[in-house]
Design a protein around this ligand. Sequence first.
Ligand code: SF4
Length: 224
Amino acid sequence: MNEHLDKLYREFDQLYRDIGIICAGCKDYECEGYVWLLAEEAETLYNQNIPIVEINEDMHFVHSFEEVDGRILIDKPKPPCILRANGLCTIYGIRPLVCRMYPVGFEYDDGLVRLVLHEDCQFARELQGEDRRSFFQAVIGIFQSVPQELIRRLNDEYAKVYGISIFPEGPNLFEAIASIDSLLTKGGDEHVKVQTCTGLHQGDQDHRQGEEVDRRDRSSSLKS
Ligand code: SF4
């Protein structure tokens, strides 16, 4: 495991050390969405017999997609993660960064990849005022504590994932914490604004419809 990625893991685990009290009352019994992975995370999970899908030979996901006649349906939004059972993550100790960060995540907005706080989580909704501002600073500090090369990789990886992602209808509420660009150039010191996105990112949707996506189930191809 990349030592800097491991540091991000530990920093987010520490940031959310008390979140269990809120999670215990959560009625949202599914983890849904594209669980995308850096290459080394995919390797780690694959070595633990977790089914991984590789798309276009450079994007990796936990394989929670539906399959029809051997074809993986990546165009069904928000597949429930197959690694959750009885309301718990079955790979909790080795879960990837995207899971450890939640409700912080990445969003593509106004031409930039941004770190955001998703408002569909009870923890986020309860985080208000000065606590929210401190939390944002802590998140920015975490990303400032790792080399920029890793931040760039995350930025590039998310941009690729966004390019093939399908988003469900309806509101996607989040507050921007900082753009990745600002983390790289100004240390994350930028104006924080509230974003409310509704519906699909239609332009990207149109682009995706015309693109040839090579879908391969890496787990089965490697096991054969
Ligand atoms: S790996 Fe675990 S935490 Fe991540 S989406 Fe799946 S069940 Fe949830």
